[in-house]
Design a protein around this ligand. Structure first.
Ligand code: TXA
Ligand code: MG
Length: 312
C-alpha cells in the first residue's frame, strides 16, 4: 500500500481541506471514530478500503451535517423521514433508496441500490462535515475485524501510518456504533447499536422487524467474527476460571468492570476501551459477566458475541 505523511492531530479547517483533496481523515463522532473520505471520489473511497483491509462487498455509511443533504442523495420520506426527524443528529443510520445522480462513488454502496446515511451528534463532526462540503464516507477507523476506536489514540494505534490525519474530539460518549435500520418496507433492525431498539419501537408504536434469517449479508459486523480483541472471550461467566481475566458488569469481583453500578450506557462507553486494555495487558482468556439483553445491552451483547466468535 502506498502511504502517507506522518499522522498528526489536526484542526478542523485543515482536516476539512484534506478531505476536500481526497485524503483520509479520522474524526470523532458520538459513537466511535470514523475514517472519513470524500464519498464522491473513487480513489479516496478505495483508499479507505485499503487502509482498513476491508472487504469490498461491505458498503460504507455516508456522514452528513444536515437532513437536507440526505434528501439530495437518498429518498427520505414516510417512516424513514419520521425517524430521521426524531433521532438525527444521533446514533442512528438509515439505509435508504439511493437517488439517481447522487454523485456517490459506486464503491461506497458496493453496487447496492441503497445507501446508508447518518448525521452524527457531535458538533465538531458536523462542523467538519459542513466545511468539507461534500458527503463523507466513514467506516469505523479500525483495521477490519478489530475493535472500533473510541479515542484518537486508538485510531493511531490501529491505523497510524496508513491515514493522513486524525481530528481529536476526545473520548466518544456512546462508545458503540450506530444502530442501523433498513426498510422492507417496514423498518428492520439491521444492526443493534447506540440507539436502543426499544426507544425506536416506542417512537414507532411497534417493534422493529428482524432481518430474514436467509437474508444475504446486507449489513455490518454481520460477519461472524468482528470487533475482536487478541484474547478469547467466554461470555455469561459468573466468575473467572483459573487463568482467566474477569471483565465484570455490576457489583462483582473483576479485573476490569464495564459498570460497577450496572449502568448499560456506562458499560457501552467502556466496552471497546476495556477490550483494548485487556489486549494491552496481553490477556489471552477473558471471562465476561452476563449483560442484560435490554436497551443498550442488546448492542453490547451483539458486539461481545462477535468478539467471541471463532476467528476467520
Ligand atoms: O457509528 C457508526 O455507525 C460508525 C461511525 C463512524 O459513524 N460507523 C460504522 O461504520 O460503524 P462501519 O463501516 O464500521 O459499519 C457500517 C455498516 C457496514 O458494515 C455495512 O455493512 C452497513 O453499515 N451498510 C452500509 N451501507 C449499507 C447498505 N446500503 N445496506 C445495508 N447495510 C449497509
Ligand atoms: Mg466497523
Amino acid at each position: 500500500m502506498n502511504t502517507i505523511a506522518t499522522l498528526t492531530l489536526y484542526e478542523i479547517a485543515d482536516a476539512a481541506a484534506l478531505l476536500a483533496r481526497g485524503r483520509l481523515v479520522s474524526f470523532a463522532t458520538e459513537t466511535v471514530y470514523g475514517l472519513g473520505a470524500d464519498a464522491t471520489d473513487d480513489r479516496a473511497v478505495a483508499a479507505i478500503f485499503a487502509a482498513k483491509d476491508r472487504p469490498r462487498f461491505n458498503p460504507l455509511i455516508i456522514h452528513l451535517a444536515d437532513l437536507s443533504d440526505a434528501s439530495r442523495l437518498a429518498v427520505l420520506d414516510g417512516v424513514a423521514l419520521e425517524l430521521a426527524r426524531a433521532f438525527w443528529p444521533g446514533p442512528l443510520t438509515l439505509v435508504l433508496p439511493l437517488r439517481a445522480g447522487s454523485g456517490l462513488s459506486p464503491l461506497v454502496t458496493a453496487g447496492l441500490d441503497t445507501v446508508a446515511v447518518r448525521i452524527p451528534d457531535l458538533p465538531q463532526a458536523r462542523d467538519l462535515l459542513r466545511r468539507a462540503a461534500r458527503p463523507i464516507a466513514a467506516p469505523s477507523a479500525n483495521p477490519s475485524g478489530r475493535v472500533s476506536p473510541t479515542t484518537a489514540q486508538h485510531v493511531l494505534d490501529g491505523l497510524g501510518g496508513r491515514i493522513d490525519a486524525v481530528l481529536d474530539g476526545g473520548a466518544c460518549g456512546v462508545g458503540l456504533e450506530s444502530t442501523i435500520v433498513g426498510f422492507d418496507p417496514v423498518p428492520i433492525l439491521l444492526r443493534p447499536g447506540g440507539l436502543s431498539a426499544e426507544i425506536i419501537a416506542r417512537h414507532l408504536g411497534a417493534p422493529l422487524a428482524q432481518p430474514k434469517a436467509d437474508a444475504r449479508i446486507t449489513a455490518p459486523g454481520q460477519l461472524a467474527s468482528h470487533y475482536a480483541p487478541q484474547g478469547t472471550l467466554r461470555l455469561n461467566a459468573d466468575r473467572p476460571d483459573a487463568g482467566e481475566t474477569m471483565l465484570g458488569f455490576g457489583p462483582v469481583t473483576s479485573d476490569l468492570n464495564l459498570s460497577q453500578t450496572g449502568d448499560l450506557a456506562e458499560a457501552a462507553a467502556n466496552l471497546f476501551r476495556h477490550l483494548r486494555t485487556l489486549d494491552d495487558r496481553g490477556v489471552q482468556r477473558i471471562a465476561v459477566s452476563p449483560i442484560p439483553d435490554t436497551g443498550l445491552g442488546a448492542a453490547i451483547n451483539d458486539r461481545l458475541r462477535r468478539a467471541a466468535a471463532p476467528r476467520a
